[in-house]
Design a binder for this molecule. Structure first.
Ligand SMILES: *Cc1c(COP(=O)(O)O)cnc(C)c1O
Length: 376
């Protein structure tokens, strides 16, 4: 049975070979007589799964022992609170700065306001910077030279790929170059995690909900520099205190075992493929094919500035929105699923994460051409 092409923003497509392996191991993992779901999280079988997942992730991203790797719960949304609860206590007056490039970084900023002084270092959402043609805010990344970072801030927050707006920040600055040496950069990389090599060494910490590009919903990967640990605010729940979670190797309480197992299979799939540099080349080829098609068409419009185009999430509009329903219906009839844009942006969005092969993107382009031909 051919599976349809799934362009969902998350939870999203997983590599088919990973799903097949999980299916084959469902009732009996490696002759243990148990499904991974039935194992004790402290038993030797699951310890092996967890340890391999961490080792494979470290190898993929080149994460040194200077950083702890944590498998947590609550998703990236919970991290919006967990991060300030862990990091604001590092400085005398709790404050943090935020780069606003879209809906997710705005949410992070809002949540931090509950715990301290959260200021905007830069924003792409001001009226003056709204894309005038399409009336869309958050369609670009303010250059890092214009970011105002307080040198005594506990951290600087950046969402490196805005899933809803389709805005990706390719270059992560060194905070020393922004006049704020020692201020750790905190990156929400949820929706392009493992899509390319990532300069972890430029960050104080990085987090990613797995369900966009690394596995199923339920596990959040946190990579945090160890010198930032140990300053959790008293209100921070123990289960969300990075230093306690790190000390217990993510076993402070029961971790999301099955989600960690599937993410571990995805990590192995990426390593077998050749690692993140290879994955990046595949993602560039997919993004170039899709954006290249849009660039030569007057029938479709792209809201995002060229320099900030996400390789993972591609929002686009039909010139005539009255045809949106027709477009989506025709797409589904061809097995091209979940192309409807986020309600806050409208139009369409194609999410082309790691697990989407070039063939799926080409099938989408064929449909885009045919729809344009019959409606243009
Ligand atoms: C999806 C997403 C979130 C929220 O993830 P949840 O798992 O729903 O909490 C946060 N940030 C980014 C960049 C996302 O893509």
């Amino acid at each position: 049975m051919a599976r349809p092409w799934n362009f969902a923003p998350g939870p999203s497509a997983l590599p088919e070979t990973v799903l097949q392996q999980a299916a084959a191991e469902m009732l009996d993992w490696h002759a243990s007589g148990m499904s991974v779901m039935e194992m004790s999280h402290r038993g030797k079988e699951f310890m092996q799964i967890r340890n391999e997942a961490e080792a494979d992730l470290r190898a993929l991203l080149g994460v040194t022992e200077e950083y702890a790797v944590l498998f947590m719960q609550g998703g990236a949304t919970a991290e919006n609170a967990i991060v300030p609860m862990n990091l604001l206590g590092r400085v005398a007056v709790p404050k943090a700065d935020f780069v606003l490039t879209g809906i997710w970084s705005v949410k992070s900023h809002q949540e931090c306001l509950r715990y301290g002084d959260a200021q905007i270092a830069a924003s792409a959402g001001l009226a003056a910077t709204i894309n005038s043609r399409l009336q869309q805010p958050y369609t670009w990344v303010p250059p890092s030279t214009s970011w105002h970072v307080r040198p005594d801030a506990a951290y600087l927050h950046l969402c490196s790929n805005e899933t809803i707006g389709g805005v990706e920040t390719m270059d992560w600055p060194d905070t020393a170059a922004l006049g704020a040496p020692g201020v750790p950069l905190v990156v929400d990389a949820s929706s392009h995690f493992l899509s390319r090599p990532m300069p972890i060494e430029k960050t104080g910490m990085l987090f990613a909900g797995a369900q966009k590009n690394a596995g199923p919903a339920g596990v959040t990967v946190v990579i945090v520099r160890r010198d930032l640990l140990g300053h959790a605010l008293p209100v921070c729940p123990s289960a969300f205190d990075y230093s306690r979670v790190a000390a217990e190797h993510s076993m402070f309480n029961t971790p999301p075992t099955y989600a960690i197992y599937i993410a571990g299979l995805v990590f192995k799939w990426l390593r077998q493929l050749g690692g993140l540099a290879t994955m990046e080349q595949l993602n560039i080829a997919k993004a170039n094919a899709l954006y290249g098609f849009f660039d030569q068409s007057d029938f479709y419009q792209l809201p995002v500035e060229r320099s900030a185009r996400s390789r993972m999430n591609v929002p686009f509009f039909l010139t005539d929105p009255a045809r949106n329903a027709d477009f989506l219906q025709g797409a589904e009839a061809r097995g091209l699923m979940q192309l409807k844009g986020h309600k806050s942006v409208g139009g369409m969005r194609a999410s082309i994460y790691n697990a989407m092969p070039l063939a799926g993107v080409m099938a989408l382009i064929d449909y885009l051409k045919d729809f344009e031909r019959s409606h243009g």
